[in-house]
Design a protein around this ligand. Structure first.
Ligand code: KG4
Ligand code: ZN
Length: 351
């Protein structure tokens, strides 16, 4: 059987990325042009600036991905692109580039769900991993606990009721003066801090009595596997205010470590409850927050204690990249799924 090469394109937020992946598992190139420096002075991603930068970078990034893979567009079998969720202007740049290439080269076009991409990052370095397995997707915009029934097929068990985990990291980082992007900075600061220094409340979600729920796409039903991170974020802000009022000194590393511990404990506890209730044997994490060192260590330990095989992408495949989009695109391609020329950006695309 001949090899299948997928060109993946990702531009949903502040990374312009392109990659070439062989047979859904082997990354031939993975080019990421990050805009972090541009957005840092604003303390977060400015959508208008992101779109403009994507426009400037996208062609160079795609060319470099082909060059690094040692291929040309003539070798590519299909073009996969993130079409949602994300920032609409940013998504449109990737979608338009992918359409242009696919149309000009008469190649199949495959629109990929960004979250499906994050989950698929796990296939890159784990040739043995195949569905079904449970996956916790923890990113800047999303927190989901799902069972991956098959490639691209998800049963959603829980999701965040308010802030996504990464969003909470970013907001707390800003409040304690660490700046953007907050996740990696809290991760680093927390290593020097005491996680028991400040007693922030553990997130609690109201018991709904539902433990084996499959959500209809886009529904707002709640489940016992839901997450909530805005409470702990507010607790950090209240603590900082209290310290200011009472002239009490607080320590950046201690606050970072204490906040991180509560979030990590909640992510691990919910995941392990899901695993036990659903009797799964394989557990994976995905998304930007999955690159957090404390979380990776805690998850690995919990999985070992519960006799589970633990899967986790390397940090470069946890945060936004196009290799994961090409991998997800490969499995959609194999299933015969194709997008039409009317493929559009869908900023609030549901899983
Ligand atoms: O998956 P991702 O790159 O983009 C989205 O799809 O949202 O995730 C970005 C999020 C940001 O909130 C960032 O602060 C967080 O992932 N993040 C981290 C770490 N690295 C990135 N959070 C905690 N620890 C990290 N090491
Ligand atoms: Zn992402």
């Amino acid at each position: 059987m001949s090899d299948t090469l997928i060109l993946g394109i990702e531009s949903s937020c502040d990374e312009t990325a392109a990659a070439v992946v062989k047979n859904g598992r082997e990354v031939l190139s993975n080019v990421i042009s990050s805009q972090i420096d541009l957005h840092t002075i604003y303390g977060g991603v400015v959508p208008e600036i992101a779109s403009r930068k994507h426009i400037e970078k996208i062609n160079q990034v795609i060319e470099l991905a082909l060059e690094k893979a040692g291929v040309t567009l003539d070798d590519i079998d299909a073009v996969a692109v993130t079409y949602g969720p994300g920032l609409v202007g940013a998504l449109l740049v990737g979608v338009s580039a992918a359409k242009a290439i696919a149309y000009a080269k008469k190649l199949p076009l495959i629109g990929v769900h960004h979250i499906e991409g994050h989950v698929s990052a796990n296939y890159i370095e784990h040739p043995d991993l195949e569905p079904p397995f449970m996956c916790e997707i923890i990113s800047g915009g999303h927190t989901h606990l799902v069972i991956v029934r098959d490639y691209g097929e998800f049963e959603i068990l829980g999701r965040t009721r308010d802030d996504a985990a990464g969003e909470a990291f970013d907001k707390v980082a800003r409040a304690i003066g660490l700046g953007y992007p907050g996740g990696p900075k809290i991760d680093k600061a927390a290593r020097e801090g005491n996680p028991e220094a400040v007693d922030f409340p553990k997130p609690k979600v109201l018991d709904t009595g539902k433990t084996s729920l499959t959500f209809a796409r886009g529904s707002h039903e709640m489940s016992n596997y839901d997450f909530s991170f805005s409470g702990v974020k507010s607790a950090v802000l209240n603590y900082l205010n209290k310290c200011e009022m009472t002239h009490e000194k607080w320590d950046v590393a201690d606050v970072a470590a204490s906040f991180q511990k509560v979030v990590v404990d909640s992510l691990v506890e919910t995941a392990m409850r899901g695993v036990k209730d659903h009797n799964v044997k394989k557990f994976a994490i995905a998304g930007g927050v999955a690159s957090n060192t404390a979380l990776r260590a805690a998850m690995e330990k919990a999985c070992a204690e519960n006799g589970l095989d633990f899967y986790c992408p390397s940090p470069v495949y946890c945060t936004d990249n196009a290799a994961m989009i090409a991998v997800a695109g490969y499995y959609e391609f194999k299933k015969g799924n194709r997008s039409g020329w009317d493929l559009n950006a869908v900023p609030n695309l549901k899983l």
